[in-house]
Design a protein around this ligand. Structure first.
Ligand code: ADP
Length: 460
């Protein structure tokens, strides 16, 4: 990403930090959009890694990025909880931009290259690259959920997307259900595919290749679908949480809130998938019936601005801000708001200070590929304290089974989960947090990347 002075720096986040050293050590390169419209610098080197910027025009940004990716695929892949807009001109932009990525990769990749493609914005790239460079070994990882047939089938370009993904040697998903949805849909759309369940939630999907013998598996291109739950840089959060200034900031935060007995926290992009409104309504209802006391509890919601050009996101923001006003209007005292709301990104040190101060962390998405915030909270709690309330609909629920798991669609269950978390006694809190911390410690983003690349190599 570009910094304020126009120079380049690695984007924040564990994924970039995990992949950059691997690329540097292997002489690899990174191709991607710069994040700014019509910004097309020449390829350059950053910290020993060659970067190949791929430009997007304003209309491609609108149609490909905000449009097809974030207003069609995103809602469709998240249970179609908002109506996906299917527009032919946006699809055309999606194809064109995927083609540009594929052509750049084909141009810069050395013979027998390993190419790793990330996420729903680039699902056509694997087969586009394969057509031009059959020597390449191609992996694809989907960071978001992969939907079931009933939803995916709505997509007017469903065949093209499946075809695009089947160009990969390995397609990775966050959860077993994603891999199984993908395998079932591929089979449903292509009678000529041979789909077999492999070990550990995986599938092998074989397609006869032209010139090969249809009845001979060796003549076919094999795509493996596997499960690779992503994680965070665990040590980073553990170390930050140990820093004196971060611990001081956490203590100061509590004081500045008037030393409440319970601090509840939510940290999300302001996305309609995150269930921020449901969580606030549950909080309101617990204040209403006296289960929570506004003099003793404070909720903080940090919401990062995101996709503000998309109407569903503007609507969601208005609804959340209306709720914040309503709840504070009804339950706050002067100088003591019961609900603090920040609509901005925060530096990571402040985020960790918030995690340390939060007695109850509310991670209640209606659907989420993984949800890294849940793992960050656990990794930060080296004091082995704090309660995580976690939606069953987040990928993280597969690993963080000692959280207070909840179905956020069930209003009563959400109320009960928050009340349980607030009232949980110290021995149970620490016992659960100890198990959560072991689960997070077992999975680190570096291990995740290494395992994906190892399994990709095995496909060679
Ligand atoms: P998503 O990728 O859908 O946004 P995740 O929970 O998987 O959801 O990842 C969100 C990432 O963004 C986490 O690393 C989290 O720390 C970071 N983040 C979320 N909100 C903020 C914020 N207000 N300020 C800074 N970072 C944030």
């Amino acid at each position: 990403m570009r910094t304020a002075d126009g120079s380049w720096a690695p984007s924040p986040g564990g994924l970039v930090r995990a992949l950059l050293p691997m690329l540097r050590d292997s002489g690899g390169m990174w191709a991607g959009w710069t994040g700014s419209v019509d910004d097309a610098p020449e390829p350059f080197n950053l910290d020993g890694v060659d970067l190949h910027p791929i430009p997007l025009s304003q209309s491609e940004h609108d149609d490909y990025y905000e449009g097809f990716s974030n207003d069609s695929l995103w809602p469709l892949y998240h249970d179609a909880m908002r109506d996906p807009s299917f527009k032919a001109e946006q699809w055309a932009a999606y194809v064109a931009v995927n083609q540009r990525f594929a052509e750049t990769l084909v141009e810069v990749a050395p013979p027998d290259a390993v190419i790793w493609v990330h996420d729903y914005h680039l699902q056509l790239v694997p087969s586009m690259v394969r057509r031009l460079r059959p020597d390449a070994l191609i992996g694809f990882f989907l960071h978001v959920p992969f939907p079931p047939w009933e939803l995916f089938a709505r997509l007017p370009w469903r065949d093209e997307i499946i075809d695009g993904l089947l160009g990969a040697d390995l397609v990775g998903f966050q959860r077993a259900i994603g891999a199984s949805n993908f395998a079932a849909i591929a089979q449903q759309l292509n009678a000529d595919l041979d789909v077999e369940e492999a070990d550990a939630d995986g599938f092998t999907i074989t397609r006869a290749v032209e010139g090969g013998d249809d009845t001979d598996r060796d003549g076919g291109h094999i795509t493996t679908a596997g499960v690779f739950p992503i994680s965070i840089d665990v040590d980073e959060f553990d170390l930050l949480a140990a820093e004196r200034n971060v611990r001081r900031a956490a203590a100061a935060l509590r004081t500045s809130l008037g030393n409440p007995e319970v601090i509840l926290l939510g940290v999300d992009r302001l996305d309609y998938t995150k269930g921020i409104g449901l969580r606030m309504r549950a909080f309101r209802s617990l204040l209403e019936d006296g289960t929570l006391d506004a003099d003793r509890c404070v909720m903080i919601q940090v919401a990062t601005p995101t996709r503000e050009a998309v109407e569903h996101y503007r609507d969601e923001r208005h609804e959340i801000e209306r709720l914040v006003g309503e709840i504070n209007g009804r339950y706050s005292r002067i100088g003591h708001p019961v609900l603090h709301y920040l609509y901005r990104g925060l530096p990571i040190e402040q985020l960790v200070a918030l995690y340390l101060a939060a007695d109850v962390m509310l991670v209640t998405p209606l659907r989420d590929g993984m949800n890294l915030v849940a793992k960050e909270y656990v990794a930060s709690r080296r004091d082995v304290n704090g309660v995580l309330v976690l939606s069953e609909f987040a990928g993280a629920a597969d690993q963080l089974i000692d959280a207070v798991l909840v179905n956020p669609h069930d209003e009563q269950a959400l109320r009960d989960a928050i009340a349980t978390a607030v009232e949980m006694h110290h021995p149970e809190r620490t016992a659960r947090m100890a198990k959560l911390r072991s689960a997070v410690a077992r999975s680190d983003v570096r291990g995740w990347a290494e395992r994906f690349l190892r399994e990709l190599e095995a496909a060679r």
